[in-house]
Design a binder for this molecule. Sequence first.
Ligand code: BT5
Length: 272
Amino acid sequence: MTDFAQSELAPLVGVAAPVDATVGARTLVLNSVDSTNIYAAELVRKGEFVEGQAIFADRQTDGRGRMGRSWHCPDAAGILLSVILTPDLAAAYLPAITAIGALALADAVESVAPAEARIRWPNDVVVDHAKIAGVLARIEKTPDGGRCFVLGVGLNVNIAREEFPPDIPPATSLQVCAGRPVSRLEAAKALLRSLDEWYRRLKAGDFGAIEARLRERSSLLGREITVEYRGETITGVASDISLVDGLTITLPDGSARVCHESVTSLAGHGRT
Ligand code: BT5
């Protein structure tokens, strides 16, 4: 593991963040790391971080997804980023952290490629139902007994269709959307900018704005879906998304089922 790199992202170190930005106020670019989320968690445990610190890597040897899954990314072809956030919020606000990650990714996708980005609740960003980015948010303890959020995001930038593992659900990249290679540096800057804006809203307590945009960007709302939730298969119409309750599915008999945590989708909006 090296902590500075001959990387396309190297210009982000030190100079990129506007003076008033929190996200990216300090930035590390690593050549190679097991997982940026693990690296960020270690910084938190040691108390060696500032609010908004961003850790990028060109390569992960153990990139993590949710529920023991892995995140695949060819070397120097994507954005692999973890940001350490310290809002004064209880652990129950973790879904809001995931939400601002997904919203920022969707904004960044649209600012650098001609694509319409949607959020497949809770943590996938999709273009035409193919996954272009994912979010993995975690809570970590600081040495003084406090709490931090580590927001990890993976965004596919210059990955050709055939470079995705054949056994994963449909995936896409900015390059596939744009029909040409895309600057990782520009994508990273757009992402930091947008994340900073959403983090500002979060810290101001503007959960209404976050929730409203989450609904607007949803790939699920109004669609018939089939999901697996806590061992049960549920088919119905995705009728609401909220930061507190999660996903509400209205069943054919008119009753509602609330899925607080992640669901495994089986049909209706692409597998996850
Ligand atoms: C996620 O999990 O989507 C969270 C991804 C977070 C990755 C970032 S990279 C920086 C930071 N450090 C880390 O170690 N992690 C974070 P989940 O919803 O569980 O999706 C994982 C599933 O997506 C896998 O099981 C594959 O099926 C699929 N997948 C893996 N790599 C992919 C890719 N590059 N594009 C699209 N789908 C992918």
